[in-house]
Design a protein around this ligand. Structure first.
Ligand code: SAM
Length: 280
């Protein structure tokens, strides 16, 4: 079943947290000269037109990226991310919002390499046309969970894997943990980030417990809830589970998570979590 289309949600609070973390990981990876490999298991279309009918349906970006565009008090990592979005919108108006492949592309050097998986028959060609050069990015219409097995370890020996499934099928919750284990077994020094939604506390905690049960070390959790889970149905928040995070990320998150939970709050139950699932 592939009914999920990310364009309906582009630029919302969950995208902000996810893409901010992606941006910080890339910033860290490109501090060293050595090339890196990026695997996006669920890549989406790469760039989202906010004037499209789909993005306009709920205008989720309005309570996400739009709230940050004009702020003058952004913590530094967030300011750098918002600048990245502004670079893609030279007319000052927010026309497009980047997906994870385009966030990574911002940091890309000639020697780095992307492998982008997207299964949706309509979304795959859009992503492929955004990255036409095979030298830069391999765009494949393949199951991203399988790519964790076929593409790791990368020849570059340095890498970042983003797993961002839609979770519209409940088995994604198990598959993402299994893929993490399989990837880590093949390439233990890589950085892995798993995005997850907070629809209800129990389901999110089950995922966090399953990650903890893998006993993979050095795993940091960043979670941002813009409202309480009990007030209404839908996504109250989201989180990023990061294995082998940049050593600076925890400190940076101490500034940007409180800021985001304040500025993006929908009610007084907005809160965040920042903790190690397993220490180093
Ligand atoms: N990572 C993107 C971003 O941050 O811009 C958003 C990805 S969206 C949440 C999930 C995407 O995964 C959808 O475009 C969906 O079509 C695709 N998808 C679903 N199952 C997949 C699978 N097994 N392998 C690859 N792509 C899949």
């Amino acid at each position: 079943m592939l009914s999920y289309r990310h364009i309906y949600h582009a630029g919302n609070h969950a995208d902000i947290l996810k893409h901010l973390v992606v941006s910080q990981v890339c910033r860290h990876l490109t501090k060293k000269d050595a090339p890196f490999f990026y695997l996006d298991t669920h890549a989406g279309i790469g760039l989202y037109e906010l004037a499209s009918d789909q993005a306009q349906l709920n205008q989720e970006y309005d309570t996400g990226i739009s709230r940050l565009m004009e702020r003058s008090d952004l913590p530094e990592p967030l300011e750098q991310f918002v600048d990245l979005v502004k670079d893609l919108n030279p007319e000052a108006k927010l026309n497009v919002y980047p997906g994870s492949p385009m966030v990574v592309n911002h940091y890309l050097r000639q020697k780095d390499k992307l492998h982008l998986c997207e299964l949706h028959p309509n979304d795959y060609p859009l992503l492929a046309s955004l990255f036409p050069k095979k030298r830069v990015a391999n765009v494949v219409k393949e199951d991203g969970f399988q790519a964790v097995k076929s593409m790791l370890p990368p020849p570059q020996k340095r890498g970042f894997v983003l797993m961002d499934p839609p979770y519209e099928v409940k088995t994604d919750y198990q598959k993402v943990v299994k893929a993490l284990e399989e990837g880590h077994k093949r390439f233990s020094q890589g950085t892995y980030a798993i995005w997850y939604p907070v629809l209800n506390r129990r389901q999110a905690d089950q995922l966090l417990n399953a990650v903890e049960a893998t006993k993979i070390r050095n795993t940091l959790l960043l979670e941002l809830n813009i409202r309480g889970t009990e007030t209404k149905r839908g996504m109250a928040g989201s989180g990023m589970i990061i294995v082998n995070p940049p050593w600076t990320l925890e400190k940076e998150a101490e500034t940007f998570l409180p800021y985001l939970s304040d500025v993006l709050a929908e009610d007084q139950d907005a809160h965040f979590q920042l903790r190690w699932i397993t220490p180093e």
